[in-house]
Design a protein around this ligand. Structure first.
Ligand code: BG6
Length: 255
């Protein structure tokens, strides 16, 4: 805390909170684009903040990504008497196994002494497959848990970076370029105004269902993600952001 006072991080936090209309912001020192350990520091800050939010029974929906993987690594055992259940926010989105929501769920559960349920789904779903999978009892059950998640933990990505990382086909890449997509979260792509311009069809939490959760925490940093963070945050409701100084300074510098 003293380090934070000295480096003026609290000032950045309160300015960002106002600028992005958030309920809370935590800024860790450094820029995760420059130094890899900064991502772990964001992970630690997110894991600590999550712990303060826990009640007796908790259902937590999580997305994938390298940042959420860092949050998972930093998780520590919960107190006795608390129950934790982790579920993936959405099904397959074309990530490597280590960055998939399923993997992150199981790691979080293991580190925190909680439980988890998974969604086993292919990445690219046709409309027919999507509809028939939705009718599967096993899928339905996990879907119900996802819909009752009081806590949502998610990453935010740069649109182009995410589309390329997911091996999206050329027509999707072209569409994102034409629509000037800058941000990605939950498999949705957003333009600078925070409007959805494309989405990956998969089972799980849909964007408009986010408002049913009490606590939505985004973990995203690195100066290169500043546009993505600003765009996604234009989408209500009020959220919590864990970020780094690199992203924070870049965001504030352009206002
Ligand atoms: C993906 C999530 O797995 O990770 C995305 O599905 C998110 O919604 C992305 O934007 C962020 O990845 P990273 O590696 O930048 O934390």
């Amino acid at each position: 805390e003293m380090m934070k006072e000295l480096s003026g991080l609290h000032v950045l936090e309160s300015k960002l909170k106002d600028m992005l209309n958030l309920s809370e912001v935590i800024v860790v020192p450094g820029d995760s684009d420059q130094d890899v350990w900064v991502k772990n520091d964001m992970g630690k800050a997110a894991a600590d903040r999550l712990k303060r939010q826990l009640s007796a029974k908790n259902i937590i929906a999580v997305t994938g990504g390298t940042t959420l993987a860092s949050v998972a690594e930093m998780m520590t055992p919960i107190q006795k008497g608390q129950q934790l259940l982790f579920v993936p926010a959405r099904g397959g989105l074309g990530e490597k196994v280590e960055n998939q929501a399923n993997t992150i769920c199981s790691t979080m559960a293991q580190k925190a002494n909680g439980e988890y349920r998974l969604l086993h789904l292919p990445d690219q779903l046709s409309k027919e497959t999507y509809l028939s999978l939705m009718a599967e009892p096993g899928v339905k059950e996990v879907m119900e848990l996802i819909h009752s998640a009081g806590i949502v933990l998610h990453g935010i990505g740069d649109a182009k970076t995410m589309a390329v990382r997911r091996n999206s086909n050329p027509s999707v890449l072209q569409k994102l370029e034409e629509e000037k997509a800058v941000a990605e979260a939950f498999g949705y792509y957003f333009d600078q105004q925070g409007e959805v311009v494309h989405r990956v069809r998969t089972i799980g939490l849909q964007l408009d269902e986010l408002q049913n959760s009490d606590f939505i925490m985004a973990v995203a940093g690195g100066s290169s993600k500043s546009d993505a963070i600003a765009a996604f945050m234009k989408h209500g409701p009020k959220k919590v952001l864990i970020t780094d100084e690199g992203a924070a300074r870049q965001l504030l510098g352009r206002s």
